[in-house]
Design a protein around this ligand. Structure first.
Ligand code: HEM
Ligand code: HEM
Length: 164
């Protein structure tokens, strides 16, 4: 089994990092903003960038699941934990990219991608799931994903210092 990530895997990892950092920053700006205008501006940017984040993060998740993870040279609890965290990060990202658009569509709001185009998909028949979907999106974006990323990044630093 392969023990190294391919070049494409590395590019997709760092491309996802850029999208996730931008989406998290805008999400937190919405959360903390006390000014209505600034909050609305951040939300519009979050939705616009979110359209592109959707495709990139969906593709990278399908690619990873299809290709599998490279095997570690040695088996250890640290590696097992790292692998579980990788799966959980991917799960959190998939939850976010689906609940974001669903949150809008279930109240028949379009997904406006800047002033370029708007995706309209009337799912108001599913309005019952509007609130739960919003809660899942917020809890995953504000708490779950950041917590997983902290563990992931600390783990990466520890591995860098201690070696595999
Ligand atoms: C938004 C931030 C990040 C996300 C969403 C993320 C996500 C992931 C995911 C899903 C994997 C599993 C392999 C793959 O599918 O690419 C992974 C692996 C990895 N990430 Fe990140 N990552 C982030 C930030 C970082 C940062 C800042 C570092 C460096 C400090 C880092 C270092 C690594 C390393 C070294 C691996 C391979 C680890 C191994 O196989 O044990 N990541 N990351
Ligand atoms: C990596 C992907 C994503 C991350 C990390 C993320 C993060 C967040 C966070 C932290 C919030 C909370 C803001 C608050 O409570 O005020 C939020 C809200 C929101 N997100 Fe995302 N999000 C992502 C993807 C998306 C996508 C693809 C869309 C698609 C349109 C989207 C649409 C929204 C909307 C409409 C809200 C506002 C919810 C409300 O008003 O209660 N998000 N997001």
């Amino acid at each position: 089994m392969d023990i190294r990530y391919s070049g494409l895997s590395r590019i997709s990892h760092w491309l996802s990092v850029i999208f996730v950092v931008v989406m998290l920053t805008l999400g937190y700006m919405m959360f903390f903003s006390t000014d209505r205008g600034a909050g609305a501006y951040a939300e519009a940017a979050h939705i616009g960038v979110g359209f592109f984040a959707f495709w990139v993060l969906l593709w990278r998740t399908v690619y990873r699941l299809k290709m599998g993870f490279p095997a570690y040279k040695i088996k250890s609890t640290r590696h097992d934990v790292a692998r579980v965290i990788h799966y959980l990060i991917l799960l959190a990202l998939v939850l976010l990219i689906f609940t974001g658009p669903l949150y809008l569509f279930t109240e028949n709001e379009g997904m406006a991608v800047f002033n370029w185009f708007t995706i309209n998909l009337d799912l108001s028949a599913l309005s019952l799931i509007h609130e739960p979907v919003e809660e899942v999106h917020k809890i995953t974006g504000l708490y779950l994903l950041p917590a997983l990323l902290i563990v992931h990044i600390v783990g990466a630093i520890v591995t860098y210092i201690l070696g595999e």
